[in-house]
Design a protein around this ligand. Sequence first.
Ligand code: C5P
Length: 236
Amino acid sequence: MEKRELLYEGKAKQLFETTEPDVLWVTYKNQATAGNGAKKEMIAGKGQLNNQITSLLFEKLKEKGIPSHFIKQLSETDQAIEKVAMFDLEVVVRNVAAGSFSKRLGVEEGIDLPFPVLEFYLKDDDLNDPIINDDHVLALELATTEEINELKEKTLKINDALIDLFKQVNIRLVDFKLEFGKTKEGTIVLADEISPDTCRLWDLNTNDRLDKDIFRQDLGDIIPLYQEVLDRLTQL
Ligand code: C5P
């Protein structure tokens, strides 16, 4: 398989066509952004860490019966993935109050939520990815009722699997964002990435942050933290 023309360039990844019609080539970039691109920096080593963490987690989820668009890791920074039609949605799950949930609703960060709280966001940079409810999803024809139910069911299953994986390496899965796509056969599968860019990961004993919040809040270098997450997950 060979890499062909650039199909799409996002903030953190590039997507290329390949010689295989149903396979795309993803390259993880070193660019880090926060606040929808308001803060932007190149951070050497970030791309390869996120690629390796995502590849490892997609492999582990597959072992637990959760399919994704992931086919295989091609190099330190690259992956082969199945071409899917993406939902224009971000699905966020929260196990612990933090981030925009705490800010918007006035709930202290670090409080365990009584059940996993699921939110939908519209993927639209111009609108700053607004939070939306099920009716908005239906009215904007982003997904059908059946698809909404399937997205929720899959997300909760992924949450259970990820909580378990991270707990084994002494990490508290606070919250995270998922994206989904549809294969050409019409199956809904997990897509995009799962990394410290898209999850809040706190050390189980100290609550030390091991994720992008350190970059968002200008609290230091994220590379040793992302490396720590990868090193721990490699022990699984
Ligand atoms: O900022 P907020 O608290 O809403 O983020 C919830 C979770 O979703 C965090 O883990 C964050 O990293 C992730 N997220 C993301 N991409 C976005 C928005 C949030 O990965 N565009």
